[in-house]
Write a protein that binds this ligand. Structure first.
Ligand SMILES: C[S@@+](CC[C@H](N)C(=O)[O-])C[C@H]1O[C@@H](n2cnc3c(N)ncnc32)[C@H](O)[C@@H]1O
Length: 257
């Protein structure tokens, strides 16, 4: 009998395909430039090189990053870093920007003694093709955590829960995608608002200035922020006991309300 597999999807898959198509056109122009003479030669070589740097580099880099990151993810023991999971009885957890549930469902699976995981997202298909409420709910059924999870629509900048509601709030690779004016500040205020006093916040983000981010993303590393940016935002929003762990360029902040 074939076991149905969860559909977590590739992050920014369509963007990766687009970048590689444009990048390969640039590579063709670059190579063709060496086969001809005249002014067009110079134009093709220079413009081809530009397109390779801007598109092909991150296009290929993001594929390598996905293969490394997604394979490595089960080994990156986020749960071991979420010490609060063991410390709190019946923990109430919110995963903001849960997407298809790649992180949320792993947290739910780690709940051994009660507790419940709530997940919210705006389900952007640009972020993950196939991203939807149906997908994450179906993944939870396949992974047998449907009784410990509740997923719904909701934005990080306007979290649909009352204040002081959660013991743990997690946001994995989400806040860099919040682009509304002051959106990241507003999101951080919301994460703080829904946390119980002394509750734990976990925030995972790529660090733009890490060599891994630059190597894999090229100029696209500008889609991410420096780790100092998130550190400042956490402090400005009154979070305390802030720690940071760098995992091959990807960082996990832990903080408390
Ligand atoms: C890179 S994916 C990460 C998904 C998930 N956290 C994980 O670990 O696999 C980013 C997610 O953030 C979501 N997102 C973007 N802006 C958001 C917002 N303002 N509020 C909630 N979710 C948002 C996207 O829809 C997408 O599912």
């Amino acid at each position: 009998m074939n076991k149905e597999e969860p559909k977590y999807g590739w992050y920014v898959k369509n963007l990766i395909i687009g970048f590689n198509i444009v990048g390969l056109l640039g590579l063709s122009a670059f190579v063709y430039g060496f086969l001809i003479d005249g002014v067009v030669k110079i134009i093709l070589i220079i413009s081809g090189l530009g397109v390779i740097l801007v598109f092909l580099w991150p296009g290929i880099g993001m594929i390598i990053m996905h293969l490394l990151l997604l394979r490595k993810m089960p080994k990156i023991d986020l749960m071991a870093r979420m010490k609060a999971l063991d410390e709190i009885d019946n923990p109430q957890i919110l995963d903001v920007g849960c997407g298809t549930g790649r992180t949320a469902i792993r947290i739910a699976k780690a709940l051994m003694n009660g507790g419940h995981l709530f997940g919210i997202d705006i389900y952007s298909k640009l972020a993950i093709p196939g991203n939807s409420l149906d997908t994450v709910q179906n993944n939870a059924i396949i992974e047998k955590v449907e009784d410990k999870t509740t997923f719904q629509y909701g934005s990080a900048t306007d979290i649909p829960f009352e204040e002081n509601r959660f013991d743990i709030v997690n946001a994995s690779s989400v806040l860099h995608e919040v682009h509304d004016p002051n959106g990241q500040d507003k999101a951080m205020q919301e994460l703080y608002r829904v946390l119980k006093p002394e509750g734990y916040l976990y925030l995972s983000e790529w660090n733009r200035t890490s060599w891994q981010c630059i190597a894999f993303c090229g100029l696209c590393c500008y889609a991410f922020k420096k780790k100092e940016y998130w550190d400042k935002l956490l402090k400005e929003n009154n979070l305390k006991d802030i720690t940071y762990e760098n995992i091959t360029g990807f960082g996990i902040f832990s903080a408390r309300k």
